[in-house]
Design a protein around this ligand. Structure first.
Ligand SMILES: Nc1ncnc2c1ncn2[C@@H]1O[C@H](COP(=O)(O)OP(=O)(O)OP(=O)(O)O)[C@@H](O)[C@H]1O
Ligand SMILES: [Mg+2]
Length: 350
């Protein structure tokens, strides 16, 4: 039995424009130690599928079983615990721009309740693994895209996950940097035995690192199996189409999120324990396709419990603010509206 099993998973979204069937009866079995590729054109349902794996999206039908646990049967607390075993990285890195590299990696460790010195020690080890120990004091804006993704990988590894989900993690990078990140993922898979799920629309990525692959179209998995077999004998039309685009370079980095936001509405989010604020916010950005600026993020020790606070700013003139707030509340985050003057810089670890 695999480490991740999806059994007849369907996901529908009710929208003003009608019902969207993002996933239709998807069955997948991902073995421990796999580097499993999920590939398909835009809108095929890849991100929805990967969000079902950590239950950020709850399937409308079917089962998601991770490490022998049926996620639908877990309490919120058990689910949070389970999510600690699942790291995630994204196309646009989602780093805290006002924090140093070291602080970014320390952040989840504080949330786990680690002391400053423990967190720092672990963060340096993780930065060493991703080859960025000497840039610990730098800020994300001083790093290249590939280096930012390395920081995001170090942060994702902070909770010692057994599973790492990568949603278009190399799509904003040039081919050479893509290769170096893929090498790092391969190395992490090898050294720590972490199972990696790679979502991509680039065949070159699958070819380079995945031992198995599933091809998606319109919410269906149209074929799956060993990468080599599928490369040699693609059965589906969409597989052949994806192979024909296999040049490894088709995307351009977007302007920095902060550059596209000017003094919009701000909210404070408070969370405790290991709540999944990070995937929730990242997924909100992916879902609404709107930039959100993280103005401040910090943790406090309140009576021995790590409490975190984050101040978010929505784009000025955004039409989705209420929907985004509802989305975060729905995912279990506490929100409060705040005035302009309250948002300042974050705390630091020195
Ligand atoms: N929260 C949501 N509400 C409504 N529709 C959604 C939501 N999330 C995804 N969808 C829809 O579900 C379908 C699959 O979306 P998904 O983001 O999973 O695709 P994808 O394969 O990841 O695409 P891309 O390569 O562009 O990232 C799309 O039609 C999308 O518009
Ligand atoms: Mg996607």
């Amino acid at each position: 039995m695999g480490i991740i099993q999806l059994e007849n998973v369907s996901k529908t979204f009710q929208t003003d424009g009608g019902v969207i069937e993002a996933l239709k009866n998807v069955t997948l079995d991902i073995e421990a130690g796999d580097i499993y590729g999920i590939i398909g054109m835009s809108g095929a349902g890849k991100s929805t599928l990967v969000r079902c794996i950590n239950h950020i999206e709850v399937p409308t039908e079917g089962k998601v079983i991770v490490q022998d646990k049926d996620l639908s049967k877990l309490t919120q607390k058990e689910l949070r615990k389970q999510r600690e075993h699942i790291g995630m990285i994204f196309q646009h890195f989602n780093l805290l721009m006002q924090k140093s590299v070291l602080d970014n990696v320390c952040f989840p460790l504080f949330i786990q309740g680690k002391s400053k010195s423990e967190a720092k020690k672990k963060a340096y080890e993780l930065l060493d693994i991703v080859g960025l120990k000497d840039r610990a004091k730098a800020y994300p804006s001083q790093l290249s895209g590939g280096q930012k993704q390395r920081v995001a990988i170090a942060r994702a590894l902070a909770s010692d996950p057994q599973i790492l989900l990568c949603d278009e993690a190399t799509s904003a990078l040039d081919p050479q940097t893509t290769s170096s990140i893929l090498e790092l993922l391969k190395d992490i898979n090898n050294r720590f035995g972490i199972t990696i799920v790679v979502i991509t629309h680039q065949m070159a990525v699958v070819r380079e690192i995945c031992n198995r692959v599933a091809i998606m179209k319109d919410g269906h998995v149209v074929e799956s199996g060993n990468t080599i077999d599928i490369f040699n004998h693609p059965k589906s039309e969409v597989a052949r189409e994806l192979f024909s685009k296999d040049d490894g370079s088709d995307s351009q980095a977007q302007p920095a999120v902060a550059d596209r936001i000017q003094n919009g509405t701000r909210v404070r989010i408070v969370y405790s324990e290991n709540s999944a604020f990070e995937p929730v916010i990242a997924n909100m950005i992916l879902t609404f396709r709107e930039p959100v600026n993280i103005l401040k993020a910090s943790t406090k020790n309140v009576g021995g419990v790590a409490k975190g606070e984050m101040i978010l700013e929505f784009s000025k003139g955004s039409e989705h603010i209420e929907e985004m707030k509802a989305y975060m509340k729905d995912k279990g985050l506490e929100l409060e509206e705040i005035s302009d003057t309250e948002a300042g810089g974050g705390s630091h670890v020195d």
